[in-house]
Design a protein around this ligand. Structure first.
Ligand code: DON
Length: 595
């Protein structure tokens, strides 16, 4: 056991890591890709962050990767205590709710995809938020039917869905947990009560979101009391510690019934929110059959609706399987052209056919069928670009016939957990429920407020994703496990709103088609096209010549700062490897797990 300082934070139980080789190999690798310069490194330098991850982490006995190194160390501690991947995931989720309050949560929801070694079966659980019973489809519209511009779906009490996180984690513990529930919340309580050092990255986020986090007094007193002097300060969440203690003793009822539920319902009522005590009492997560498919002899296990991610990742892989991608070369003009065209068709379908399967008959089989992908494949012409206005949802479908954080854990017995959960925007709705420390989500914005009205990620929706009481909003979160010959190959996932789907897709292609290692697959630049708006996004920079050739094909190109963050664990020759994405510099993978 060694002590390590990451971003000023003392972390126990992590291996000492050196920083020498990594950046230079990444530079060489990126230069050899010809499209991009070595600017991820320059990007990090200009921001003045030190990424927690310096090199690939390796271990025989398990691996943890999360968006905050303290949560990673808690996951390792649980595995070292003899806990399994499910126990570690629960402890990580509670810890992230404290140390990564912009996304980690108990006031939000998410999805978890699992591979259970004992039963040799994949599982997935949907612990997504639900629309409150008093919600209705016109709740974000003016009386004349036009969209209310006051940001009601993204900010404040009216933007929250009924949270699912605590119920989801409880359910996973009931089915697969091995250590006592309260042991899994201990570290989260410790960091909430005793505080933890604010990293430079968190400091920047707190400053950037000062306006949002100052509007409500309860939120301001917790998050902005030290504004703008966060440097070298500890961050305390005493009320949240009390709430977590109640959940540790009472289990899920500690959140959905009794004192905490009453505080949520009272605060909602007082401030025009809709979540009632009945909504909380009635919330339950759902075990769903994961979507399973093959891509070049690998088995892909991913999240079904109300995530759209799994469906469209499989749809896009089916189309791309018709090509020799290695031949096209990673991030070459032809490759970017092909990926963008494929993405346009998938996101167009998303806008019409995807929604909560408990409310809308989502044509999953059709969208993921070989027959349908073949038709889309036949319509794509490498060397040209179809305007988004000429692509419609379901164009080739037969007429009879839709701030987040990710963590992954694998244990020594071969159990694998891949989970993405969220408050939606950074710091969710900006509302902290009085006296509880619970930061609430703004997940209601993931519904389609009205046809033709894009949500905050520019996504369009229709009937399938309209607001309805008890319904879950459509999501892009795509926790995914890839197996090969009945063994884990890798597991991955990311935050990033609509960009999650394209980031997870590219992470799969980078590893399977381009045989990249984890560091390379993480550093490789990502592109994104979501049909509408008709824009091809490229991370950080693009070579002038490539830009003009793509523009000549008709693409409108926008350079974006990195907006996703993949957390991947790989398994090869009986060794796990892990890598935390530099795009959120506190991300960290580690596998210092004892025998
Ligand atoms: O479920 C979804 O698709 C969105 N609420 C995810 C939001 C997100 O990833 C924001 N993080 N960067």
């Amino acid at each position: 056991m060694v002590k390590l300082i990451i971003n000023g934070q003392k972390v126990l139980r992590l291996k000492i890591i050196t920083n020498t080789k990594v950046l230079s190999t990444s530079c060489l690798f990126l230069v050899s890709l010809n499209l991009f310069s070595s600017d991820p490194i320059a990007y990090l330098n200009t921001l003045g962050y030190e990424p927690a991850q310096k090199e690939i982490a390796y271990s025989k006995n398990g691996m943890v990767t999360t968006q905050h190194f303290l949560a990673t160390s808690v996951g390792e501690k649980i595995l070292n205590k003899g806990g399994n991947a499910y126990d570690a995931s629960i402890a990580i989720a509670f810890t992230l709710a404290v140390v990564l309050p912009r996304a980690g949560n108990i006031g939000g929801g998410g999805f978890m995809v699992m591979y259970d070694k004992e039963t040799e079966k994949p599982y997935s659980i949907d612990y997504r938020e639900k629309a409150p019973a008093k919600s209705h489809q016109d709740m974000y519209l003016y009386d004349d039917g036009s969209f209310n511009k006051e940001k009601l779906s993204t900010f404040g009490y009216l933007s929250s869905g009924v949270p699912g996180t605590v119920a989801g984690l409880w359910e996973v513990h009931q089915k697969f947990g091995s250590l006592p529930w309260e042991d899994l919340i201990e570290d989260a309580i410790f960091y909430a009560e005793n505080g933890f050092y604010i990293t430079p990255y968190m400091e920047d986020i707190l400053i950037r979101y000062n306006e949002k986090m100052s509007f409500f007094a309860e939120t301001r007193n917790i998050f902005q009391a030290d504004f703008p002097n966060f440097k070298n300060k500890k961050f305390f969440q005493k009320d949240l510690a009390k709430t977590l203690k109640i959940i540790a003793v009472e289990g899920k009822d500690g959140f959905y019934k009794g004192e905490i539920a009453e505080k949520i319902a009272d605060d909602m009522k007082l401030n025009g929110g809709l979540i009632s005590i009945n909504d909380l009492n009635n919330y339950s997560p759902v075990w769903r059959d994961p979507i399973i498919s093959t891509y070049r002899d690998n088995q892909i296990i991913t999240m079904p609706p109300p995530s759209s991610g799994g469906v469209h990742i499989i749809q896009m892989l089916n189309i791309l399987e018709n090509y020799d991608l290695e031949e096209l070369e990673h991030n070459s003009i032809e490759y970017i052209n092909l990926l963008s065209e494929v993405m346009k068709y998938a996101y167009a379908d998303r806008s019409k056919y995807l929604g909560d399967p408990d409310f809308y008959d989502v044509p999953v089989d059709k969208i993921t069928s070989d027959h349908y992908s073949k038709k889309i494949f036949e319509s794509i012409d490498i060397g040209s670009s179809k305007k988004s206005k000429d692509i419609h949802p379901g164009m080739f479908m037969d007429s009879e016939s839709h701030e987040t954080t990710h963590f992954s854990v694998a244990d020594k017995n071969g159990n694998v957990v891949s989970s993405t959960y969220t408050l939606n925007s950074t710091f969710g709705s900006g509302v902290v429920i009085k006296g509880t420390g619970i930061l609430m989500n703004n997940e209601m914005d993931d519904f389609s407020a009205a046809p033709g009205i894009p949500n905050q990620f520019g996504l369009l929706g229709a009937e399938a994703n309209k607001i309805s009481p008890g319904k879950r909003p459509l999501s892009s979160m795509s926790p995914t496990i890839v197996m090969k010959n009945n063994e884990l190959f890798f597991t991955t996932g990311s935050p990033g709103g609509s960009r999650i789907i394209s980031a997870v897709l590219q992470s799969i292609l980078n590893i399977i088609d381009f045989e990249m290692n984890l560091e390379e697959a993480t550093y490789a630049k990502r592109i994104h096209h979501q049909w509408q708006p008709d824009i091809l996004e490229i991370e950080l920079s693009i070579d002038d010549k490539i830009k003009s050739e793509l523009e000549a094909m008709g693409y409108e190109i926008r350079i974006r700062r990195p907006l996703t963050c993949i957390q991947t664990i790989m398994y090869k020759n009986k060794i796990y490897s892990g890598y935390g994405d530099f795009r959120r510099p506190d991300a960290f993978a580690s596998g210092n797990i004892n025998d």
